[in-house]
Design a protein around this ligand. Structure first.
Ligand SMILES: [Cu+2]
Length: 243
């Protein structure tokens, strides 16, 4: 009896340990801190928890893209990326969401917004972190400061490659749904090719999904080119709507 009760308490603790949370992607001009931010920017979440990103910043056009502490505004090799989701000004509901499940809670998960218009959001401080250290060198404060410091060298981040999964977190579906005038671009799909391994370190941690290797490297290139064009187009759009 006592043993059964202990087991029951244990299983309850295991269930309660999941730390589902919501992060707002983007804000409004009236929000303290401005449009370019994740709210909250940091959370702690145990393995198995689901983090729901809500693209509620209006107007806004943002991504949720995994980076590394060392390169805050560049997609990490094998990092997740939501694609660009545009929320027209005045939108008050029906915001798309993206659910990422934590698959490894032993390492920090850093992310940023890859949008470049009207100015790079990342270097404006639109960065975030999950399970980040509270002290030491790799704090969120230092991560954000490093992102903002990149604004001085005029090196724009490369457009990310859409990807459902990354290091320590994975989604099983693309962001959505898209209703009304809300649109998405370069949104990941189940057959999205993995990000091009430019640095050669493809962080192949197990690859338990057993997904067939995508044979279409040309597809990845096409996505990148299209993303660049889209960013240029957005730049023009946002120059009108935001400035
Ligand atoms: Cu953004």
């Amino acid at each position: 009896m006592r043993f059964a009760a202990a087991l029951s308490a244990l299983s309850f603790a295991a269930i309660a340990a999941a730390q589902d949370a919501t992060i707002q992607v983007g804000a409004t001009a009236a929000t303290a801190g401005g449009i370019f931010q994740f709210m909250p920017p940091t959370i702690n979440a145990t393995k198995g928890s689901t983090i729901t990103f809500v693209f509620s910043g209006a107007p806004g056009n943002h991504t949720v893209t995994q980076s590394t502490f060392a390169s805050p505004c560049q997609q990490a090799p094998g990092g997740f990326d939501s694609g660009y989701i545009q929320i027209p000004a005045g939108t008050t509901g029906g915001f798309p969401t993206w659910n990422l499940t934590i698959t490894d809670d032993t390492k920090p998960i850093w992310f940023f917004c890859a949008q470049l218009a009207p100015a790079p959001h990342c270097t404006a401080g639109m960065v975030g972190g999950i399970n980040v250290p509270a002290s030491g060198a790799n704090t969120f404060t230092n991560f954000k400061a490093a992102a903002i410091a990149l604004a001085a060298n005029n090196t724009l981040p490369s457009p990310p490659a859409p990807a459902l999964s990354g290091a320590g977190a994975a989604a099983t579906a693309a962001p959505g749904p898209f209703s009304g005038a809300i649109t998405g671009f370069a949104i990941p799909s189940g057959t999205a090719p993995p990000p091009a391994a430019t640095s050669g370190t493809s962080s192949g941690s197990g690859s338990g999904t057993g997904s067939t290797p995508a044979p279409t490297n040309t597809g990845s290139g096409a996505v990148s080119i299209a993303a660049s064009g889209f960013v240029a187009m957005l730049s023009a759009l946002f120059g009108i709507t935001l400035m």
